[in-house]
Write a protein that binds this ligand. Structure first.
Ligand code: LLP
Length: 381
């Protein structure tokens, strides 16, 4: 099936490896988000960390989504792509003074504050600039998202956010400082979450917290991102189930009248529209394994090496009906430079084009030039 969705004749003329982005799928995904999030007060931000390819950003910014950023570079990238400053939020456990200054001077919508020392730094910098900084406190809700431990963020052992029991002095500081304006609370429990359960538990935690905080005015609740995608079968599920995702929050989160609910989705917006396209350099018959060696490696897509992540692998050009089992590997001098083990593929030969699927999120942005390799190019259509 995947053969029909790729412009293979275009690929055949291109030097590999490169990322290929299907812009129609991106547009359809954004449209699905728009429809499914059409509840009063709901506002979706795109987490730039997932992909900052300019072609994609142009489409996402012009669709009216806000932006979730985590560095000076991302704030500048978001502004340059056309995201409205007041729809940009800024998170991160280690915001530097220069980053805080840029955020305040650009008039971004909110700094998501992760600790008391950071709050004090923001207050001092805002005072120095004679400006007011809009702040939300990132709360660590102590929820296990049941995802890979490298991408779980909402547990007490993680470095992110402040535990609910430590909020009081931060809220008091905000209340007493004319340089700080309280926007609300921010949460994010992890990434690639594929069941509604952790999100439902998050809603319940937030409800309880709102009750306990009594009459504190909380204009915005931000529940972060984390919605997972179908890496196993991207052809069957090219667009994530946004209806169920936003429906969970609409059903379980007790928003107060006039309160806004913000989301920060990264992976769910861009993962399925991107594939890493590569050529087979050699097929090598080992004694216990048969290897397909690609011209793409972990420097182009690090997810399998770093998180043992599964990405579907398709041979786009083999016509063979015979199937063989291969280990699909890259050319880098590391054994972890493996895209998949025991992958069934049609008979594969030198020169075949291979697509590594669902690579639109945390792919191109995490590329490196290890081994003096050039960063991967990107083609969008
Ligand atoms: N908001 C915050 C505060 C985050 O830390 C993240 C992701 C997001 C939003 C967006 O999460 P998403 O909707 O994309 O799940 N490189 C890893 C994923 C790291 C996610 C980090 N934080 C991977 O390739 O799986």
């Amino acid at each position: 099936m995947s053969k029909t969705i790729f412009p293979i004749s275009l690929f055949e003329q291109e030097e590999t490896p490169f990322y290929y982005y299907d812009l129609n799928l991106l547009k359809n995904t954004i449209e699905a988000i728009r429809k499914a999030s059409d509840y009063p007060g709901f506002m979706v931000h795109y987490a730039l960390k997932a992909n900052t390819n300019p072609e994609l950003l142009k489409i996402i910014a012009s669709s009216g989504l806000g932006a979730d950023t985590v560095s000076k570079g991302e704030i500048k990238t978001a502004l340059a792509a056309g995201f409205a400053a007041d729809k940009i939020v800024f998170a991160g456990v280690g915001k530097t003074d220069a980053e805080i200054k840029l955020a305040i001077e650009s008039g971004i919508g909110c700094l998501n504050v992760e600790s008391f020392p950071e709050l004090n730094a923001i207050r001092e910098i805002a005072a120095g600039l004679g400006r007011t900084a809009k702040v939300a406190i990132r709360v660590n809700p102590e929820i296990d998202a049941h995802t890979h431990h490298y991408i779980t963020t909402g547990l007490a052992e993680n470095k992110f956010g402040t535990l609910a029991c430590d909020l009081e002095p931060m809220l008091r500081t905000i209340h007493e400082s004319k340089e700080l304006e309280f926007v609300g609370f921010h949460f994010h429990i992890g990434s690639q979450i594929t069941t509604p359960e952790p999100f439902r538990i998050l809603c319940e935690r937030i409800n309880k917290m709102q009750e306990e905080l009594g009459d504190l005015e909380i204009p915005v609740i931000n529940v972060g991102g984390g919605l997972g995608i179908d890496y196993d079968d991207p052809d069957k599920n090219p667009i994530p189930d946004f209806k169920s995702y936003f429906g969970t929050f609409a059903r379980y989160l007790k928003l107060r009248p006039g309160q806004e609910l913000h989301f920060e989705l990264g992976r769910a917006v861009v993962a399925q529209c991107g594939s890493l396209i590569s050529r087979v350099v050699y097929v090598k018959e080992g004694h216990v394994k048969r290897f397909v060696i690609l011209d793409a490696g972990m420097t182009d897509l690090i997810r399998p090496a770093l998180y043992q992540a599964y990405h579907r692998i398709d041979n786009l050009t083999s016509d063979s009906c015979k199937r063989e089992t291969y280990d699909v590997v890259g050319p880098i001098c590391e054994s972890s430079d493996t895209f998949g083990e025991n992958i069934p593929l049609p008979l594969t030969k030198r020169g075949d084009l291979i697509a590594i699927r669902s690579a639109g999120a945390y792919g191109e942005v995490m590329a490196s030039s290890y081994n003096c390799r050039p960063l991967p190019r990107a083609i969008s259509r």
